[in-house]
Design a protein around this ligand. Structure first.
Ligand code: FES
Ligand code: FES
Length: 242
């Protein structure tokens, strides 16, 4: 799924350095200008690059959370860091207002599963590679294992639990998955369904080849792909009519 392809983004950036300029990544993230500076006592560049880049997961998580707090989505309120380094989050999940406190390193997936007990989104790889954790954030599909909970501040999260209308009927995509036998063990299914709904809404479900491409970030270890593609084609028609 293209939105999740961080590796591709990083690869792209590594090829955008000016001609003749050696990408900083090849020097462990240290630029020529930084390497020519006289070392200072606390200057990370005076240490071997491998050490300079060894931010702990906690340090990286805190940094990302701070960025997320300082630059929230338009209209969203900044996440508030409390003195003991927790964050107060106010968001909507499946139409319900949520006001909670999290560790800044908490992923959206862990917030949903561990704190809100919404276990539909699955933790498959926890590395953005399987799509089992797919949910919608302000209508766009995201890998919730790679999304900090802090980024959901003031925003709307939709999970598989909130997809069906309140009248008890299934969403057309859920019904189509049943009709086309598009699952075996079902572990990947919540993520597949959420990604499939987004795929149709994005206009990326015009034919089987396009569906396969735009659903490629969602892995099914049972290999139910034939049924999944058929279900999406069927549901796309129902969703356009509905
Ligand atoms: Fe998030 Fe695999 S658990 S992509
Ligand atoms: Fe088993 Fe997809 S139905 S992993």
């Amino acid at each position: 799924m293209r939105d999740h392809n961080h590796a591709a983004d990083l690869d792209h950036r590594s090829h955008t350095a000016p001609p003749g300029d050696v990408p900083a990544a090849r020097h462990g993230g240290v630029t020529d200008a930084q390497r020519s500076r006289p070392p200072m006592n606390d200057d990370l560049t005076s240490r071997p690059p491998a050490v300079a880049l060894c931010l702990s997961r906690r340090e990286a998580g805190l940094g990302a959370a701070v960025v997320a707090g300082l630059a929230p989505a338009a209209g969203a309120q900044a996440a508030q860091a409390t003195p003991d380094a927790t964050l107060r989050l106010v968001l909507r999940v499946n139409g319900r207002a949520v006001d909670t406190v999290v560790d800044p390193r908490t992923s959206l997936l862990d917030l949903l599963r561990e704190q809100l007990h919404l276990t539909g989104a699955k933790k498959g790889c926890d590395h953005g590679q399987c799509g089992a954790c797919t949910v919608h954030l302000d209508g766009r599909r995201v890998a919730s294992c790679l999304t900090l909970a802090a980024k959901a501040q003031g925003r709307y999260v939709l999970t598989i639990e909130g997809l069906a209308p309140p009248d008890g009927a299934l969403h057309p995509m859920q019904q189509a998955f049943i009709d086309h036998d598009a699952l075996q063990c079902g572990y990947c299914t919540p993520g597949q369904v959420m990604a499939a709904v987004a795929c149709v809404r994005e206009g990326h479900a015009t034919d089987a080849a396009q569906i396969r491409e735009y659903m490629s970030g969602n892995i099914c270890r049972c290999g139910a792909y034939t049924g999944i593609v058929a279900a999406i084609q069927d549901a796309a028609t129902r969703m356009r009519e509905g």
